[in-house]
Write a protein that binds this ligand. Structure first.
Ligand SMILES: NC(=O)C1=CN([C@@H]2O[C@H](COP(=O)(O)OP(=O)(O)OC[C@H]3O[C@@H](n4cnc5c(N)ncnc54)[C@H](O)[C@@H]3O)[C@@H](O)[C@H]2O)C=CC1
Ligand SMILES: O=C(O)[C@H]1O[C@H](OP(=O)(O)OP(=O)(O)OC[C@H]2O[C@@H](n3ccc(=O)[nH]c3=O)[C@H](O)[C@@H]2O)[C@H](O)[C@@H](O)[C@@H]1O
Length: 439
């Protein structure tokens, strides 16, 4: 079937390419001309594993193309996904919905009726009726345009896998009689036939499914990091503790790795946006625990700075620190709210000469953090460093043999912020090894 995807960033470009992989005839639309140009030449404007392969394959056959034109997008079939950004409002916890409402306003007058507008962007609960209001105001065929809510649960670095083989599909509609359900069931036919649990619900539940899923994931990470702080105080081993807890099937091992905590374009802003919305609804008390989840998470960054200071004898001024990692997690170039860069920036403010290296995220980091020094080579980066911080657990770092590094510095000291370096091997190679919240 013909469909479009409005907003082609990390979510939208992946969704467009995966819809083409499912056999659909797809137009991706984005306001950013450079992105559209890159995508049309079969290249992702960001790093996501295997996305280039899908883009090249389907742009070559013509089954997938990209445009900056709303008119072209609106004229292409009857199903229009929206995946534009919904960032945190500057200086506030709440979501900034400007891009979403602007996209709907521009799409609306050009829509051919009947049409389905399926929103994937993450929003505060209660946004769907606001989208409908814009459609009624700006779409000549407003009554024949149905709004569906289809929250997205993909993880960056597993985006294609998660889109083609999701844990579940959530489809939210205004009423049980919505004909949009048949359109979306046709679109996701292959995924549904593969046995993916498909939950059809109302708009509000679909919107809340996304906010609550990200809140739970963030809570799980902050829970284990709170336990890590207690372990550090009590002389216990949080790595083993997490393993012991994870054997309980009700808790599980996944998403509970202790360390520097969560960052990225979603978990931090989604828990804050959720709290802000609950406040508007008069349910703020229900989510006060998320304030603590956020505080525990931010505290890990401070604890890393404190541990670095301690390792350098209490004095950071003029010291050289090398940081392995700029991306908010491995296998992405995304640096939004990156814990590694937050620590790097703080150390710079405290007078440290900071050198950062990362396999994919350096171009992005250079733009937002010009105050830091950068190098491509994680081994050369260690030259003359007073301290090495391992803050994003790329396999490229974990696989480096520490004996190749020790001679590069007179003070071979490393802090493992992600718990993935083999401490024994590093110690045997002459390094002093500390880990965040570990004895
Ligand atoms: N990145 C992820 O892994 C996931 C993101 N989400 C949600 O999806 C949404 C998008 O997130 P990302 O893709 O990460 O953001 P992004 O910032 O990478 O992409 C957003 C895209 O929308 C485009 N855009 C903005 N306003 C536009 C307009 N009026 N018309 C056309 N294009 C416009 C931008 O140029 C940009 O390419 C957010 O609501 C996010 O919370 C949900 C699940 C996963
Ligand atoms: O809404 C979104 O955008 C997405 O947010 C997260 O996906 P993502 O941000 O790509 O990354 P995660 O793998 O969840 O990691 C988030 C952060 O938590 C950290 N993390 C993750 C897992 C863990 O056990 N410990 C931990 O500290 C990671 O290093 C990273 O900084 C969710 O996992 C997705 O389901 C959701 O769709």
């Amino acid at each position: 079937m013909k469909l479009t995807v409005i907003g082609c960033g990390y979510l939208g470009a992946t969704h467009a390419a995966c819809m083409a992989e499912l056999g659909h005839d797809v137009i991706g639309m984005d306001a950013d001309m450079d992105k559209v140009h890159a995508l049309n030449s079969g290249k992702a404007p960001f790093f996501e594993r295997d996305l280039d392969v899908l883009l090249a394959k389907h742009t070559a056959t013509g089954r997938l193309k990209f445009t900056t034109s709303y008119a072209e997008a609106a004229a292409h079939g009857a199903l229009h996904f929206i995946g534009v950004g919904t960032p945190q409002r500057a200086g506030e916890d709440a979501y900034d919905l400007t891009h979403l409402f602007s996209a709907v306003r521009q799409l609306a007058p050009r829509l051919k009726s009947p049409a389905v507008v399926a929103v994937k962007s993450t929003v505060p609960v209660g946004t769907a009726p606001r989208v409908v209001k814009i459609l009624k105001e700006f779409a000549p065929a407003g009554d024949e345009v149905e709004v569906a809510w289809n929250p997205e649960f993909l993880r960056e670095s597993f985006a294609i896998e998660d889109t083609l083989r999701p844990d579940r599909l959530v489809l939210g509609f205004e009423s049980e009689r919505s004909w949009a359900e048949a359109v979306l069931r046709q679109c996701f036919g292959k995924i549904i036939e593969a046995g993916t649990p498909t939950i059809v619900t109302d708009w509000a539940t679909a919107e809340l499914a996304k906010a609550s899923a990200n809140s739970f994931l963030a809570t799980k990470i902050s829970f284990i990091n709170a336990m890590a702080e207690v372990c550090a105080a009590a002389g216990a081993d949080v790595g083993q503790l997490a393993d012991i807890l994870g054997h309980d099937a009700r808790i599980g091992h996944r998403g509970m790795r202790p360390g520097l905590g969560f960052g990225g374009g979603c978990l931090p802003k989604d828990i804050r946006g959720f709290m802000a919305r609950a406040g508007e609804l008069g349910a703020d008390q229900a989510l006060t625990f998320l304030r603590e989840v956020d505080a525990i998470n931010n505290r890990q960054r401070e604890r890393m700075v404190d541990l670095a200071r301690e390792q350098l004898g209490g004095n950071l001024m003029g010291k050289r620190i090398t940081i392995w990692g700029a991306a908010f997690k491995p296998n992405t170039d995304d640096i939004r709210d990156s814990p590694a860069l937050a620590v790097a920036h703080k150390l710079h403010e405290l007078g440290v000469i900071v050198t950062v290296t990362d396999p994919k995220a350096l171009d992005n980091a250079r733009k937002t953090h010009p105050e830091l020094d950068y190098t491509d080579d994680p081994i050369a980066a260690v030259q003359d460093a007073d301290l090495l911080l391992h803050l994003t657990e790329w396999p490229q770092f974990t696989h480096i043999a520490p004996h190749r590094l020790a001679h590069r510095t007179a003070t071979p000291k490393v802090i493992d912020g992600r718990g993935t370096l083999d401490a024994d091997t590093w110690r045997k190679a002459g390094w002093t090894v500390r880990a965040l919240n570990r004895p």
